[in-house]
Design a protein around this ligand. Structure first.
Ligand SMILES: CC(C)(COP(=O)(O)OP(=O)(O)OC[C@H]1O[C@@H](n2cnc3c(N)ncnc32)[C@H](O)[C@@H]1OP(=O)(O)O)[C@@H](O)C(=O)NCCC(=O)NCCS
Length: 201
């Protein structure tokens, strides 16, 4: 996951907080929704990133793993309030390959933060990857991104590694990991994760 932009993070913190407009609709992304939602997904995610992704990065994830992308929609007008984007693939740098989930992007509209929307989205993504037999789920987050660190640690993610000066802005990150299965005796799941599959920086 890329670093949050310092300027927009400040804006987000000072953004007007709103009550949720009723019960949100949580839906899985489908390719038929691309025209309707891809621009909004890009806008929501890039608003808070210091290193915006190109359209190809979004398509890389959504074409292959759209079923691991969940959106929270406003029930009144179906506008996008939050989104999580993931992937799931074999990771073979360990002695035994693991099926590794990766949370690539997560964002909630600034006005609707603090209502559990991201928690609900991440739980849906974890459940979807667990159902597909994932061994573990990893992600990187900026060490100064306290809301994200709290959210993931509350959901059981552990800090596996500090990645010094990981982002282009010079900030460091933590690699977080959620183990979905017990590490086996021959070390299939290794908390000393390497850095080779950081799809995004
Ligand atoms: C990080 C981010 C996704 C969190 O989104 P959010 O919807 O505010 O997250 P949640 O509401 O689920 O959790 C935030 C807090 O609200 C609390 N909360 C309030 N009402 C809640 C409810 N009804 N249900 C669950 N949690 C609730 C949570 O307990 C949590 O408290 P904590 O800070 O003690 O952990 C959001 O701040 C964001 O989009 N930031 C910019 C992009 C970003 O940094 N993404 C992550 C990159 S790694």
């Amino acid at each position: 996951m890329a670093a949050a932009a310092p300027s927009t993070r400040g804006d987000a913190e000072s953004a007007r907080k709103e009550e949720l407009p009723g019960e949100l609709n949580y839906i899985q992304y489908q390719h038929s929704l691309e025209a309707q939602y891809l621009p909004a997904i890009r806008a929501l995610i890039s608003k808070d990133l210091s290193e915006p992704y190109s359209i190809y990065v979004y398509r890389y994830f959504l074409y292959q793993w759209g079923h691991l992308c969940y959106m929270a929609l406003n029930p009144t007008d179906s506008s996008l309030i939050g989104v999580v984007v993931c992937k799931l693939e074999m990771h073979s740098s360990h002695s035994a390959p693991t099926l590794r989930g990766y949370i690539a992007m997560l964002a909630v509209s600034a006005a609707y933060r603090g209502h559990g929307v991201a928690t609900a989205l991440v739980k849906m993504a974890i459940d979807a990857m667990a159902k597909r037999n994932a061994d573990e789920i990893v992600l990187e987050t900026e060490e100064t991104n306290i809301p994200a660190m709290r959210l993931y640690e509350r959901l059981g993610f552990l800090r596996s590694k500090k990645l010094h000066r990981y982002y282009l802005n010079g900030n460091s990150a933590y690699r977080l990991v959620l183990l979905l299965k017990s590490p086996d005796s021959d070390g299939a799941t290794d908390l000393g994760l390497d850095e080779d599959d950081s799809a995004l920086r």
